[in-house]
Write a protein that binds this ligand. Structure first.
Ligand SMILES: *Cc1c(COP(=O)(O)O)cnc(C)c1O
Length: 394
């Protein structure tokens, strides 16, 4: 066989890095059914517990009566429904931006934005821990690709100073997806302004979960469109639906609609999905108690876990990773938890750097304090390596 696929897979297996899907048989929520049984789950990004909210299903169902299922065409051809337009303007209003544009997935949004804005004459500066879709967008664009050390603004500034690129784009996760820590957006914004660069923030894990009205890390840190020119959010996490959007100036959004190939050459999201996302947005804005409850769970979990000597990473968000280090060990701890009926995924390279395999615990507003206690009991019963010296560094 010309391609040695089997060998590659064997290598992955031997390194403890082989990955497989599991099948869910129930809706997303604290308790899930899989083909292996019932579990208490700490592994979704459904931060507000909206993925199975019946109001979203109702909105979807109602909308299908009017619009049917598929959009039938790309946005610019004949697939842009009034409900897409309504969702775009609501997302723009909510994020305090002039305009917004929908994408079918966050992966496509990131690829689309970066490759539409930059080419060979340009440079992109990315935090080393940015999401794969941002890194891939940078590579696809052909721009000079530079990664700066995680949240290290001095390192970023050195690279900016050395650059004579036409356009300079700084790109960062808002909340880092595998670590749960947050970017300092106002500091990044000042640096961007000093160096005539633009700042793009991917707030996949901040939207819905952070800020007074759930508008994410920008809202929490009080930065505006003037600071973050390009704001990207996903709808498949805290929103509980699917898809993504980019928000910014009217000019930026008009530009993206004309130049982002991942927007142009793909079928629009189903209109009923836009309708249920509008319902989700209304819940996000009007039920802040979901965020309050989630925050209380996060604080409670951290206090108890740290008291037990568990090696938590430095995060105050719903993403609460436990650093293990070795991939096989992370996998075996995850398997032991599963035997106790608790689902917590082991995140291994290449998703995270070698030697920083971890349990990625995610909390949701649908969890109760009792669920957290069950998790703490489960963790307490295991021998989790605890190296306090490396507590705050992954
Ligand atoms: C999940 C995620 C994406 C991709 O979004 P999808 O809509 O799932 O394709 C992009 N960026 C970050 C930081 C993410 O966590």
């Amino acid at each position: 066989m010309p391609f040695n696929l089997a060998d590659d897979l064997t290598q992955r297996r031997e390194a403890g890095l082989y990955r497989q899907t599991k099948q869910l048989r129930s809706a997303q929520g604290p308790n899930v059914e899989t083909e292996e049984g019932s579990f208490l789950a700490f592994c979704s990004n459904d931060y507000l517990g909206l993925a199975a909210d019946p109001r979203l299903a109702d909105a979807f169902h109602q909308a299908t009566k009017q619009y049917g299922f598929g959009a039938g065409a790309a946005h610019l051809v004949n697939g842009h429904f009034e409900v897409h337009e309504a969702l775009e303007s609501e997302l723009a209003r909510w994020t305090g931006r002039e305009a917004a544009v929908l994408f079918s997935t966050g992966y496509m949004a990131n690829m689309g934005v970066i490759s539409a804005l930059l080419d060979k004459q340009d440079a992109v500066f990315q935090d080393k821990w940015n999401h794969a879709s941002l890194l891939d967008g940078g590579l696809l664009s052909g721009a000079r690709f530079q990664r700066y050390l995680h949240k290290d603004l001095d390192n970023l500034e050195t690279k900016l100073l050395r650059s004579d690129a036409r356009r300079k784009l700084i790109v960062t996760d808002g909340v880092f997806s595998m670590d749960g820590d947050k970017a300092n957006l106002s500091a990044l914004s000042s640096l961007a302004k000093q160096h005539d660069a633009w700042l793009m923030v991917d707030d996949a894990h901040g939207m819905a979960a952070l800020g007074e009205t759930g508008a994410g890390l920008c809202e929490e840190q009080g930065v505006t469109q003037n600071d973050v020119a390009i704001l990207m959010g996903t709808l498949g996490k805290g929103f509980g639906t699917a898809g993504a959007f980019v928000a910014g100036s009217q000019l930026l959004i008009d530009y993206l609609k004309n130049f982002a190939r991942q927007y142009i050459y793909t079928t629009a999201m189903p209109p009923a999905l836009a309708a249920s996302t509008l319902t989700s947005l209304k819940i996000i804005e009007t039920e802040p108690e979901r965020r309050d409850h989630l925050n209380r769970l996060v604080m409670y979990f951290r206090k108890e876990a740290l008291a037990m000597g568990i090696n938590l990473m430095d995060s105050d968000t719903a993403i609460q990773p436990v650093l293990i280090g070795d991939a096989e060990q992370a996998l075996s701890i995850s398997a032991s938890l599963k035997q106790k009926g608790i689902l917590v995924p082991a995140i291994r390279p290449p998703t995270v750097p070698a030697g920083t395999a971890r349990l990625r615990i995610t909390l949701s507003a649908s969890h109760t304090v009792d669920h957290i206690n069950q998790l703490l009991d489960g963790l307490g019963a295991l021998r989790i390596p605890n190296d306090n010296a490396s507590k705050e560094t992954p």
